[in-house]
Design a protein. Structure first.
Length: 202
């Protein structure tokens, strides 16, 4: 996964790297596997809504530092953060299909992103943490992909809403870094990208 490798390269160039990695949206486990292989993190958590995805892969993580959590990341992330006492790297990637399964309280969307960011904004160590948002282009520029029957991406989210939370988390002092996907089959002329945010002290 060359895109995840780009994220890892950026992370390893920071002066300070948290020892906990939290992913939302496990699916096939590609990101979890890559992160585990780096041995950069003491603990890796992955939160996934669909139990069937986790059940297919659980055997791979016996006797590892990976913990799989089944549930809505908009809820489970907040519960997890209440148990942690140090900064984290967040990889927010819980989105993409089964539109009717996720209804945000104030916005109709298939993404728990707002609830995830809200949880991080209330996290004691949010300011010292690193936030990575996958598929950022699609947050504001996407309709259901016709070749995937249960697919819907985002509705009623905006860049301003996301930045409001990022600004709150970092007290207005943050660095943003854009990581381009390149030319991918589901990107629009290769426009899809990841956004990474972190405090300017890192």
């Amino acid at each position: 996964m060359p895109l995840i490798q780009k994220c890892i390269d950026k992370l390893t160039n920071l002066k300070t790297l948290p020892s906990i990695f939290i992913e939302t949206g496990f699916k096939k486990g590609d990101t979890t596997n890559k992160i585990l292989s780096t041995k950069l993190f003491n603990k890796i958590y992955s939160i996934e809504l669909h139990k069937e995805y986790l059940d297919k892969q659980r055997h791979k993580y016996i006797n590892t530092n990976v913990q799989l959590i089944c549930g809505d990341s908009g809820i489970e992330l907040d519960k997890l953060l209440n148990t942690l006492n140090e900064p984290c790297v967040f990889f927010l990637d819980a989105h993409g299909h089964n539109f009717n399964e996720y209804i945000n309280d104030s916005l109709t969307t298939c993404s728990p992103l707002i609830k995830e960011l809200d949880a991080i904004s209330n996290f004691k160590y949010g300011k010292e943490s690193i936030i990575i948002i996958d598929d950022y282009y699609y947050i504001f520029n996407s309709n259901p992909r016709p070749y995937i029957t249960d697919d819907a991406w985002y509705d009623n989210l905006s860049d301003n809403i996301i930045l409001k939370y990022i600004t709150k988390i970092y007290n207005s002092k943050f660095i943003s870094h854009k990581i381009n996907y390149g030319n991918v089959s589901y990107g629009e002329s290769g426009n899809n990208f990841i956004m990474m945010y972190y405090n300017d002290i890192l």
